[in-house]
Design a protein around this ligand. Structure first.
Ligand code: PEP
Ligand code: MN
Length: 354
């Protein structure tokens, strides 16, 4: 169980203590202990070259932390001025890579998550999942608890849907990503899933964010339809501040005055997010546009712009889908798209799918 930071200290302060490259485990433990003794919460951030100890707590005593600069195994002590701290690029310059089964999200391999909007039945999920896997998707998506605008729309298969996801995962070898809508269902969902999705509508459900911050599974955090990038990163910070540093950001379109598409897919979020944070970013062109016709071009643009992954809705019979049929690709089109994405990934020094 991790100690909560945000709640106790209000906006608080974060100082980062940059360890010398050759600092030993004992040196790091020594700094952690000193930080604790000063009344701050230490949080380790392991980079590929050096370790950083972030000290979170009350601003009033920060001069005491500054004095740690005199320790021989400490390289630098500095304040983080950004409102988000632990997810900031200032704290960790190298990209965070999140491993889920064989997939490495944030690496030079662009990870593709594909599958239906909702789990609707065994045959639907198995056939769609198998096809997605054969085309190179590494992770299976599918909702069992669905956030629907209307209470009369299909709400998802709940636990039965989670069981089907697990079965198809076992059969295809694809890890699963599925959405949690409220803290009540988190424990149940965690029994089945590999990645927990926080949907656009819950991006600022702070109690849910705190809860998923305490689990040891990666979180796919969708951007809200009306959240700025900074607000979205503050939501990621909620999760990191509770101890879970495996957060995958997912841009899925925002509300603008434009109504030719369901949402306006903000592809400029990719370079902006890359500058601001070390966390990986995945693009969802399905919810981002709302129409299958636009999924292909936006997927290509996302790969060219530096996305770490794609989340694409695929349905074996989109015309019969219980949700989001109009934006779902048929397996054949998805297969063709994967083939067309390969040279674009190569042009930006990456590979895609596997
Ligand atoms: C989904 O992934 O099916 C979904 C509901 O997405 P969003 O939260 O982005 O609308
Ligand atoms: Mn959907």
């Amino acid at each position: 169980m991790h100690r909560s930071i945000g709640g106790r200290f209000g906006s608080g302060v974060t100082m980062i203590i940059v360890m010398q490259e050759k600092a030993s485990r004992e040196d790091i433990d020594d700094v952690k202990k000193r930080v604790l003794d000063f009344g701050y919460t230490p949080k380790l951030i392991e980079g590929s070259v050096r370790t950083i100890v972030a000290a979170l707590g009350d601003a009033r005593d920060k001069a005491r932390l500054q004095s740690l600069q005199s320790l021989h195994h400490v390289e630098d002590v500095m304040p983080i001025l950004k409102p988000y701290k632990l997810c900031s690029r200032e704290v960790k310059s190298d990209n965070t890579i999140i491993e889920v089964g064989p997939a490495k999200i944030g690496s030079d391999n662009i990870v593709v998550m594909a599958g239906p909007c909702s789990v609707e039945g065994r045959e639907q999920l198995l056939s769609t999942g198998k096809a997605c896997r054969a085309s190179g998707a590494q992770i299976l998506r599918g909702g069992a608890f669905k956030p629907r605008t209307s209470p009369y729309s299909f709400q998802g298969m709940a636990e039965e849907g989670l069981k089907l996801l697990r079965d198809v995962s076992d059969e295809t070898g694809m890890p699963i990503v599925t959405e949690v809508m409220n803290p009540r269902e988190l424990e149940l969902i965690c029994k089945y899933t590999d990645i927990v999705q926080i949907g656009a509508r819950n991006v600022q459900n702070f109690s849910l964010l705190k809860d998923v911050g305490k689990i040891d599974k990666p979180i796919l955090l969708k951007r809200g339809m009306a959240t700025t990038i900074d607000e979205w990163l503050m939501s990621a910070e909620y999760i990191l501040s509770e101890g879970n540093s495996n957060v995958i950001l997912c841009e899925r379109g925002i509300r603008t005055f434009e109504n030719a598409t369901r949402n306006t897919l903000d592809l400029s979020a990719i370079p902006v997010v890359k500058e601001k944070t070390h966390l990986p970013i995945v693009i969802d062109p399905s919810h981002g546009t709302g129409y299958w016709q636009f999924v292909e071009s936006m997927s290509k643009a996302a790969v060219a712009a530096g996305a770490d992954g794609l989340m694409i809705e695929v349905h074996w019979k989109p015309e019969e889908a219980y949700s989001d049929g109009p934006q779902s690709l048929k397996p054949g089109r998805f297969d063709r798209l994967m083939k067309e994405l390969a040279p674009i990934a190569e042009a930006v020094g990456k590979t895609i799918g596997c």
